[in-house]
Design a protein around this ligand. Structure first.
Ligand SMILES: Nc1ncnc2c1ncn2[C@@H]1O[C@H](COP(=O)(O)OP(=O)(O)OP(=O)(O)O)[C@@H](O)[C@H]1O
Length: 351
């Protein structure tokens, strides 16, 4: 049993081994841990003291959340970290999506391993000022499934916070799994003493995704984590005309003809200036007003929209920054403006 954690085989409504009523409350009756809990010494959890000490070298902690999976939360966390590192900040990225770690891939670090030194576990470094910690580095095989119950996940998160040596860093970006489950409660509880600067919630525009964002907002309010704002990702498809690979004309009868070659070659000949044009279309239904309206209604900041961008998807697949080499001309400006707002919302940094 990890110090302070609720054991896996505990009774329902367990007050926690650190509680004054541990082993003595009504809900403890018949619990296999009752005797140990009743006699164990109480007091401040030494692990929380160790976490607070580790976190004393971290200036800002940002939690990235989403209500649903697949909305681009990990992509955002990865690009946020690249961007902050690109601004010459010292950055740590911690992946607490224990069952679905994507950071090794999204940072181009697949196959790397964590090393231990006398200072603790060393993150894996993309660059001198961007280190990453993920359970993905600990799996012998990237396809291995992590099938863990809450207490074991909590223990690993605690270990990440307690044993990883980040050194002096400006930002710790924490990529959480979707929803509000054990991992979320643990990270908030373990960082209670040193505090979390705020959470960024990533969503897509459609109402089905926004319903879950409302739950994230209410989770943050309940546990006292400030909300830095909501990002609407995959907000329409914007593509430069040069990247359009397929165009078709749909006839009234319903049949269609592929006109890609003809249209592109005609434009190239007669109107080359049109090749700078960005073609936009709505992919997900945002007729309900999307995240912006939801933010107004819930009184939380709206940080901006990031369009669907095949180049961003490619950058994430390749583990690269979307801000370099003009890689993502459509999504990078949107992401940059959002990240500037996040940095501006941070309490003044002592340089
Ligand atoms: N704006 C975007 N344009 C194009 N592709 C995107 C965009 N945002 C994310 N993607 C792609 O969508 C897929 C899902 O993104 P991602 O893994 O970041 O989602 P997630 O919310 O973290 O999912 P999960 O929580 O389930 O791990 C990835 O392939 C990613 O590259």
């Amino acid at each position: 049993m990890e110090n302070g954690d609720i054991p896996e085989n505990a009774n329902e409504h367990c007050p926690g081994p650190q509680s004054e009523t541990a082993g003595k409350s009504d809900s403890c009756a018949g619990c296999p841990n009752q005797e140990v809990c009743a006699t164990a010494p109480k007091g401040p959890d030494p692990d929380l003291v160790a976490i607070a000490e580790r976190m004393s070298t971290v200036k800002h902690k940002i939690l990235v959340l989403s209500g649903k999976g697949g909305v681009g939360k990990s992509t955002f966390s990865a690009q946020l970290s690249f961007a902050l590192a690109g601004m010459d900040h010292q950055v740590g990225l911690m992946d607490i999506d224990i069952c679905g770690p994507s950071m090794p891939k999204m940072l181009g670090l697949e196959g790397h391993e964590i090393h231990q030194s006398n200072l603790g576990w060393s993150p894996v470094y993309v660059e001198d000022n961007l280190g990453v910690m993920s359970i993905g580095f600990m799996l012998p095989n990237a396809d291995d499934a992590v099938v863990w119950r809450g207490p074991r996940k909590n223990a690993l998160i605690k270990q990440f916070l307690k044993d990883v040596y980040w050194g002096e860093i400006d930002y710790l970006v924490v990529d959480a799994p979707p929803g509000t489950s054990d991992e979320h409660i643990s990270i908030v509880q373990y960082l209670q003493e040193t505090g979390i600067d705020g959470a960024i919630i990533v969503t897509t525009p459609q109402e089905v995704s926004l319903i879950d964002v409302r739950k994230e907002v209410s989770f943050c309010k309940k546990v006292g984590v400030p909300i830095l704002g909501v990002v609407e990702n995959m907000s329409g498809l914007s593509q430069p005309l040069t990247d359009v690979k397929f165009m078709k004309v749909v006839k009234e009868s319903g049949s269609s003809i592929d006109v890609t070659k003809e249209v592109i070659s005609c434009l190239r000949e007669n109107a080359p200036e049109l090749f700078n044009v960005v073609v936009c279309s709505e992919v997900f239904d945002s007729s309900g007003g999307g995240a912006e309206r939801m933010c107004r209604e819930m009184g939380v900041p709206f940080l901006g929209k990031v369009p669907l961008d095949p180049q961003l998807c490619k950058a994430a697949e390749q583990g690269k920054s979307c801000f370099e080499d003009n890689r993502c001309s459509v999504s990078a400006p949107a992401l940059k403006s959002i990240i500037q707002k996040v940095v501006a919302a941070m309490p003044m940094m002592t340089e």
